[in-house]
Design a protein around this ligand. Structure first.
Ligand SMILES: [Zn+2]
Length: 186
């Protein structure tokens, strides 16, 4: 059958094969890049040992010809137990134990203190406080956000209801959690 191919047909066939090759090699693929951060000790919910945990971030990239072109989503902040290998997203960690999360919580506290020093305190969070909360929310779980909110209530004073409710909402807490933290403990 090949003997019957005209020169034109052969050329067309080769041309099509070249196009197919280029197309197949130019397929966008997704690659993952892992970067490791600080290690620290905490209790693993799976193996139940107090052990070293490794903080790491997974970034996903679009790859073209095996070269990373651009990030496709924000890096995922993760935690791995070095003893049993259990992996968790930082937002699944119920205690304030991860060094990066502690640092972000400290920023939220510092911004709250500067808001509390204003006389009278404003009725809405400052831009600096909002920015600190946005970064903190990226990797803090619900229980950790509530712990930090309770500290902010102490700092600012529960009489500043409107300001604190706005801060609680920015921390993605629900009405019950906010009201619970604002209720004066007797
Ligand atoms: Zn473990």
């Amino acid at each position: 059958m090949a003997a019957g191919d005209s020169l034109g047909n052969q050329f067309n066939k080769q041309y099509q094969e070249t196009i197919d090759l280029v197309k197949s090699r130019a397929i966008w693929r997704i690659g993952e890049k892992v970067s490791e951060g600080e290690a620290f000790r905490c209790t693993c919910p799976k193996c139940r040992f107090e052990s070293l945990h490794q903080r790491f971030d997974i970034s996903r990239y679009r790859l073209l010809f095996g070269k990373s072109i651009r990030e496709v989503e924000a890096p995922r902040p993760m935690l791995r137990c070095r003893r049993c290998g259990e992996q968790r997203h930082l937002r699944d960690v119920g205690e304030l134990v991860v060094p990066t999360t502690i640092a972000l919580a400290d920023d939220v506290r510092a911004q709250s203190e500067s808001v509390a020093k204003q006389t009278p305190p404003p009725s809405a969070p400052s831009d600096g406080l909002r920015a600190a909360i946005t970064l903190f929310n990226e990797e803090a779980s619900g229980p950790v956000r509530l712990i930090v909110f309770e500290g902010v209530v102490q700092t600012i004073g529960s009489e500043h209801d409107e300001l604190l409710r706005a801060i609680g909402k920015a921390l993605f807490l629900n009405e019950d959690q906010i009201s619970g933290a604002l209720r004066p403990s007797s």
